[in-house]
Design a binder for this molecule. Structure first.
Ligand code: ADP
Ligand code: ADP
Ligand code: MG
Length: 664
């Protein structure tokens, strides 16, 4: 039996901190490894010591097996925890650890290898009697199925990358006529994204639920389950809100899912933490999707309802100990919900939002847990995925957990980068969510605009926020010019004159007007406000008989107002230019910083409005840049692999209309 005394965490962000937390509790020293982009990240400072890996890109840092093994040797680590993503499901890495005599916290390289291929996993599960989604996969041969198979397939279908992950590399095919083209395109994409072009076909199950089962195995042949998680709220096939237990799940289906997952684990001789993912069709049938051979992003909901520390269990099992009794005794108590807080703008097709997080305060305690990768001052870069933190709420009932989580998110003060916070609040308050009516098409059925609209402050609240922003700005000025401190709560000088001050909200300007002895007017409407106190960072006003505190932060030319009903950022200029209305007419500009992953048009090509010209990757997501009008490509200015900044011209399209005009 090995004893882990010092553990290298081969990951970054919130999961690195999460693993270190348990290590501290177990008296295990830790070594962080970090890229150039993470030199000052919180996880680096929380480790016992740290070793730099090099470059910003994952390929130069967190994916460098050689450097990580070397770092473990140098720092004297006897174990490595891979977290999730990066090398966590890389059999070569697990093997390299074994060869170096370092304990890899995870299953054996054999199991990782077996489950890395979704098609191999499907075959194995079928043999073990676990139902898989009806589908077809090539056995080394052509990726286009033979005619008899094609004839037997029921549409819609889903073309998936065999080595895909993170919700990427999937396309829905509605019609037989589109199948071959979709397969070819998917192969190309899979090759570029995962270094392996293998694809396969599954029946696409609409309005399905994603339910997964946490399993745990030890080196003594024991495999148990730790109940299920519901992960149906997804955007682009990636989880956004997760919970345990799954709501509205008939107890017989629940038991069958648990049993199937344990059978899958036994068939594999599974060791460590794993997740067996299933899709539950509306008719109550469930099918195996894949096994994730690692700790899952959403593991905290399982911890919250069972009271177990899954990282501790991972470490015990990795040391060769049998699963402790409390794992067998575990029961589900109450309900837990997790929300993934991401630096992305749901109103702009989830565009990633790199930048500096000036303030990051999320209330904890009272059933709320925060697993965060960032803190005030952190830099969010385009090099890694956009998840900033996970907020997890536990309560005796599902309705209470949702309410507690919603309240925590609304009370959060997050400044500097746009996040999906309001979308999360909208989801948690939606009637379907409240009723437990969730499936993977929830965010298609209930678009972000609807959810954001439902959570946005109403006009009256907005006027109060604008007033608070202006009063705080004045308080700042008063403090700066002590000589004017005697001036009443109103304006700088000559208080009897009409004073005006603007704040901007996107394209909209709100004007605050005040004259001594008269009511405030905001955006043309009278606001019957009585000022209780003003300071540069807080304004206390009574409006229509209700007293509220508005917390104000002035950061550069931005004013953030946090109030009980939510938050408003004033004076914020749009972070990214819209690809459709970029400066140079006819030119396609990058709407975000990123890397060019494909160029699908060449100079001279005739294109129609909406055609994809370039595909950018930023924060692990692909963004297609489309031509806004019909025309001819005059020039393509970037190549695959180029790093581009916001506004970089990617291609120039000669407008059809212009051509006609020129000809005339
Ligand atoms: P889960 O929620 O099932 O744990 P996710 O889909 O959220 O899994 O993936 C976990 C993390 O790993 C995310 O940060 C995701 O972006 C990343 N990830 C998983 N697989 C891949 C992959 N093949 N390529 C890039 N990133 C991946
Ligand atoms: P990844 O490795 O990217 O996590 P998965 O196979 O786990 O890939 O699928 C991710 C998500 O895509 C699922 O949670 C589900 O929402 C959707 N999905 C996958 N396969 C199907 C299918 N056959 N029918 C409907 N939705 C699917
Ligand atoms: Mg999955």
């Amino acid at each position: 039996m090995a004893t882990i005394t010092k553990l290298l965490v081969a990951n970054r962000g919130e999961i690195a901190r999460r693993v270190m937390r348990t290590c501290r509790a177990m008296g295990i020293d830790t070594t962080a490894v970090y890229s150039e982009a993470d030199v000052d990240a919180p996880f680096v400072h929380e480790a016992t010591d740290a070793v730099p890996l090099g470059g910003r890109r994952p390929g130069d840092s967190y994916l460098r097996i050689d450097r990580i093994i070397e770092a473990a040797r140098t720092a004297g680590c006897d174990a490595v925890h891979p977290g999730y993503g990066f090398l966590s499901e890389n059999a070569e890495f697990a093997e390299a650890c074994a060869e170096a005599g370092i304990v890899f916290v995870g299953p054996s390289p054999r199991v990782i290898e077996l489950m890395a291929s979704k098609t191999a996993a499907r075959s194995l599960m079928q043999q073990a009697g676990v139902p898989v989604v009806p589908g077809w996969h090539p056995d080394g041969g052509s990726s286009v199925p033979p005619a008899d198979v094609v004839a037997s397939l029921r549409y819609p279908l889903l073309v998936k990358a065999s080595y895909g992950g993170g919700g990427r590399g999937m396309r829905i095919v509605e019609d037989a006529a589109d199948l071959e083209a979709a397969l070819v395109a998917a192969e190309r994409e899979a090759d570029a994204a995962f270094g392996n072009g293998a694809v396969f076909i599954e029946r696409y199950i609409p309005s399905a639920r994603h339910i997964e089962v946490q399993i745990f195995g030890d080196s003594h042949g024991n495999v148990i389950h730790l109940f299920e998680r519901e992960c149906s709220i997804q955007r682009r096939h990636q989880k956004v809100v997760e919970e345990a237990p799954a709501p509205n799940l008939p107890s017989d289906v629940r038991e069958r899912l648990h049993r199937a997952a344990v059978e899958a684990g036994r068939a594999l001789g599974y060791e460590g933490a794993g997740t067996v993912e299933f899709i539950l069709a509306p008719d109550g049938e469930f099918y195996f999707l894949e096994v994730n051979t690692r700790l899952q992003v959403e593991h905290p909901v399982t911890e919250a309802v069972t009271g177990l520390d899954l990282v501790r269990l991972q470490l015990l099992v990795a040391e060769g100990r049998p699963l402790p009794q409390e794992a067998y005794d575990a029961a589900v108590v109450g309900h837990a919900i997790e929300a993934r807080l991401c630096a992305e703008d749901p109103a702009r097709d989830y565009a990633p939002q790199p930048g500096t997080v000036h303030r990051f305060e999320i209330p904890q305690g009272g059933g709320v847990r925060l697993d965060s990768g960032v803190e005030a001052g952190s830099e969010v870069t385009v090099d890694y995925d956009p998840m900033l933190a996970k907020v997890i709420a536990w309560a005796p009932s599902r309705a209470e957990a949702a309410r507690v989580l919603r309240r925590a998110l609304r009370d959060a003060r997050i400044h500097g980068v746009v996040t999906n916070r309001d979308l999360l609040v909208g989801i948690l308050g939606h009637a379907d969510f409240e009723a437990g009516q969730v499936d993977t098409s929830f965010l298609d059925r209930v678009p972000p605009a609807t959810l954001l609209g439902a959570t946005a402050p109403d006009e009256a609240a907005l006027r109060c926020a604008a007033l608070a922003a202006v009063l705080a700005r004045q308080a700042t000025r008063r403090r700066q010019a002590a000589i004017l401190q005697a001036v009443p709560s109103g304006w700088r000088n000559n208080p009897s004159a009409l004073q005006r001050e603007d704040v901007a909200m996107g394209d909209r300007v709100l004007t605050v007007e005040y004259r001594l002895g008269a009511a405030y007017r905001v955006d043309g409407a009278t606001v019957d406000a009585e000022v209780v106190a003003t300071a540069p960072d807080a304004v206390d006003i009574v409006v229509d008989g209700i007293r509220r505190a508005f917390l104000v932060t002035q950061e550069g030319d931005q004013l953030f107002v946090d109030a009980p009903w939510g938050s408003v950022a004033f004076g914020v200029a749009p972070r990214f230019a819209d690809a459709d209305d970029d400066g140079v007419r006819g030119s396609l500009a990058a709407p975000m910083p990123g890397t060019v992953v494909s160029v699908t048009a060449a100079a001279g090509d005739r294109v129609s409005a909406g055609d994809v010209v370039v595909v950018l990757e930023a924060m692990k997501m692909e963004h297609a840049i489309r031509t806004p009008s019909d025309g001819v490509i005059a020039d393509v200015l970037v190549a695959v692999g180029d790093r581009v900044d916001v506004g970089t011209v990617l291609a120039v399209v000669d407008d059809e209309a212009e051509e006609v005009a020129d000809a005339g």
